[in-house]
Each structure stands twice: as structure tokens, then as C-alpha cells.
Design a protein around this ligand. Structure first.
Ligand code: NIG
Ligand code: FE
Length: 390
């Protein structure tokens, strides 16, 4: 198998706390990484790197693990520019806008939807994202949800069934009937195509009892739970996520002290989605409070046409540092190892021997520049599974 070394890396983020000064990022200065096939096989000081078939001289630039975007909604058609314009003129965000995208998505062909996913995926890759999760949730019929998951599965292994995004407009007068559909025939059709099950637990979407019924039914079919929780208001989502040992509670914008304590003690990751607060002009989630309570925090884009139409993990890192109380080191960890934890993965989000060779070479001497130089395209090269893709 071909071996490649990236040498003379000014600053390498490994996310191995046993390296460097013992901090979570496991920083190594003047480092090298050796890739063999799709795996990382060696990291260390550049002067000690073993001989390899190919060498790329990083010439004083930084390398970070590929970003792990653990929350996106990419199977959709159309956009909601008008809704965004209205919000920026003072209208609040309403989850009901989801219906606009449901209508456009149902009307689109498989090819159109798949091309859309590929387009946003390519966009994300150019910004350093090497793993992404994506969801259904804009179909809301048995056929349209199963179709969304099949299409998602062409692009990623991290596929989430979100039939419970909102009550389908077809069931406006019968929400209980919709929950029966989501936990019955729709689940039956969707479970073979997904790894995860998600529910939007929120006023105007699904309450705590409905969310519990949906996630429990999914679990019985072999899907692992994750939740859209406490985004627009306080509510039962976070506690339910911890109770069910969900991999992740996503949004976490409105948290009581008890919610924070639960996340600090459980292993459910708090996934923060600053693109949503940016794009809805809402108050920021308090990452500092969660970190100080001992919670594991992930950062993700939530890329969707309604509440957060960004595919950029560097943008989310910059927002989290500027407005959510995170240090640059914490934000980079959350966008890489944190995302991996939110997907219960240990093979990604780190640059350590045995991990998948997902690397981002930055046009900067340090990972800190991702927050220090917001909006600047600093991604210079990307390897995914050992293959140079940017
Ligand atoms: O994560 N919160 C629910 N779902 C999306 C928004 C979807 C939409 O507005 O289309 C979110 O923000
Ligand atoms: Fe979302």
C-alpha cells in the first residue's frame, strides 16, 4: 500500500490528550503524519518521520482532523430566501416554514435531490468536512421519507430517520395518527435505510410523550436515538435524551440548571448549532456553562434551507468562539472529536495511528486562525480516508 507523509507541520491537532502538554487537543509542534491506505499509521516529530513513497511539505502550516458535521438536513429541494429576508426584517423563526420545504422536496425527482446533497457535500468538503450526518424530515410520507433516506445513504453512512420533524400537513387534524404512522409503517419502511432516529421535540412539533414513544419505537427497530431538543423554548427534550442515552441532544439553546446538570453527568453529547442562532437572530447557546458542568460539547452546522443555510464548520467554530464562550481550542475539539462523540465514533475526529486518514491542511500556522480569521478560506488541502480530495 502507498505511504504518504505530510511533514514540517507547524502545529498538528491530534486530539490525543496523551500527547503534547496533556491538553485535549494533543498538539504537536513541527510534526509529521504518515498515511498508509485509508489510515493514519504514524504521528510524531517531523525529523523522526519514517521514509514514505510520497512526501508533502506542509512548510510551516497547521493540520487539524477533518471536521465531523454530526447534524445536517441535506435532502431537500428549493430554498427559503423570502423567509430569511422576512426574519432579517424582524419576523421570528417559525418551525412551520418546514412545510414550504416539504412541498418542494416532495415535488423533486430523486436525481434532483441527490444532486443537491452532492452539491452541499462538495461545498462542505472544500471547507474541511470529511464526515457528515444527514437526515430525512422533508418528506413526511412513508414513500418520501424512505426515499430521502435512500438518497442520503448514497452519500454517507450516518443517516438519520426524522419522520417526526413536524406533524405532516396531511395529518394536521390528527397528530396522534401521524405519530402512529411515524412509529408504524413509516418506521418499518425507513429503519433499513438509517442508523439513527431523531425527533423535533418542541412546542408546535412533538411533545415529550410523543418524542419518547417515537424514539423508543425506533430503538426497538435497531435505530439509535438523537434529539432536536430545547431549541426554541425550554422543554423536556434534553432530559429525555439523557434518560434514553441518546447519542446527542442537539441545539440546547434554552437550558435549565437541571438540563445542564443532566448533560454534565450523562454521556449524551450536547451538540450546539450556532448557524441556527445566527440565521434566526436568536440568543446563543451557552457553551461555557455546559463545558463548566462537564458536558461533552459538539459543534455542527445544522445545514438546512430554513434555520441555518451554512455548510461551513469553520464559520461555526468562529461563531462559537466569538459568541458562545468557547476558546479556540475547545471549539476545534468540538468540531472534530466532539462531532465524532456525537456519532459514537472513535475512528474519526482524531489524528492518531489507526484512525481514518481524514486531515485538513490549513493555510495558517495554527488552528486558532480558524476563529481569528473568520470568513477567510483557510482550507488548503483535504484528505478523506487517505485520499487527497481538495
Ligand atoms: O434543526 N429544528 C428543526 N429543524 C431544523 C429546521 C428545519 C427548517 O426550518 O427547515 C433545525 O433548525
Ligand atoms: Fe436540525
Amino acid at each position: 500500500m502507498t505511504t504518504t507523509a505530510v511533514t514540517h507541520i507547524a502545529s498538528l491537532v491530534t486530539n490525543d490528550p496523551s500527547l503534547g502538554n496533556g491538553a485535549p487537543l494533543g498538539l504537536i509542534q513541527d510534526a509529521a503524519v504518515v498515511i498508509e491506505g485509508d489510515r493514519i499509521v504514524w504521528t510524531g516529530e517531523s525529523s523522526k518521520a519514517p521514509a514514505t513513497d510520497n512526501v508533502l511539505d506542509a512548510a510551516g502550516r497547521a493540520v487539524v482532523p477533518g471536521f465531523v458535521d454530526s447534524h445536517s438536513h441535506l435532502v431537500f429541494a428549493g430554498d427559503r430566501t423570502q423567509e430569511f429576508n422576512a426574519r432579517m426584517s424582524g419576523q421570528p423563526y417559525r418551525a412551520g416554514g418546514i412545510r414550504t420545504t416539504v412541498a418542494a422536496t416532495r415535488a423533486a425527482t430523486d436525481e434532483e435531490l441527490s444532486a443537491n446533497v452532492a452539491r452541499y457535500l462538495a461545498e462542505a468538503l472544500r471547507q474541511g468536512t470529511t464526515t457528515f450526518e444527514t437526515k430525512s424530515g422533508y418528506g413526511l410520507t412513508v414513500e418520501d421519507e424512505a426515499r430521502a433516506l435512500r438518497i442520503a445513504g448514497r452519500h454517507t453512512d450516518e443517516v438519520t430517520y426524522l419522520g417526526a420533524h413536524i406533524v405532516s400537513p396531511d395529518y394536521a387534524d390528527d397528530p396522534a395518527g401521524y405519530v402512529d404512522l411515524v412509529t408504524g409503517p413509516m418506521l418499518e419502511a425507513c429503519a433499513p435505510h438509517a442508523r439513527w432516529i431523531d425527533v423535533f421535540c418542541e412546542q408546535g412539533a412533538f411533545d415529550g410523550d410523543q418524542a419518547r414513544a417515537i424514539l423508543t419505537a425506533g430503538r426497538a427497530k435497531g435505530l439509535h436515538p438523537r434529539i432536536h431538543a430545547n431549541q426554541l423554548s425550554y422543554g423536556p427534550g434534553v432530559q429525555l435524551a439523557v434518560e434514553l442515552d441518546a447519542a446527542s441532544a442537539d441545539h440546547c439553546t434554552h437550558l435549565t440548571d437541571a438540563d445542564v446538570d443532566a448533560l454534565g453527568q450523562g454521556r449524551t453529547v450536547a451538540t450546539l448549532l450556532p448557524g441556527a442562532e445566527f440565521s434566526t437572530r436568536a440568543a446563543w447557546p451557552d457553551a461555557r456553562r455546559l463545558l463548566d458542568a462537564g458536558a461533552t460539547v459538539a459543534l455542527s452546522t445544522d445545514c438546512n434551507p430554513g434555520s441555518s443555510f451554512t455548510s461551513s464548520m469553520p464559520f461555526c467554530v468562529a461563531l462559537a468562539v466569538r459568541d458562545m464562550g468557547m476558546t479556540p481550542d475547545e471549539a476545534i475539539w468540538s468540531a472534530t472529536a466532539g462531532g465524532a462523540a456525537a456519532l459514537r465514533r472513535t475512528d474519526i475526529g482524531r489524528i492518531t495511528p489507526g484512525a481514518r486518514a481524514d486531515l485538513v491542511l490549513l493555510d495558517a500556522p495554527s488552528h486558532v486562525h480558524l476563529a481569528y480569521r473568520p470568513g477567510v478560506p483557510l482550507v488548503s488541502a483535504v484528505w478523506r480516508s487517505g485520499e487527497r480530495v481538495v
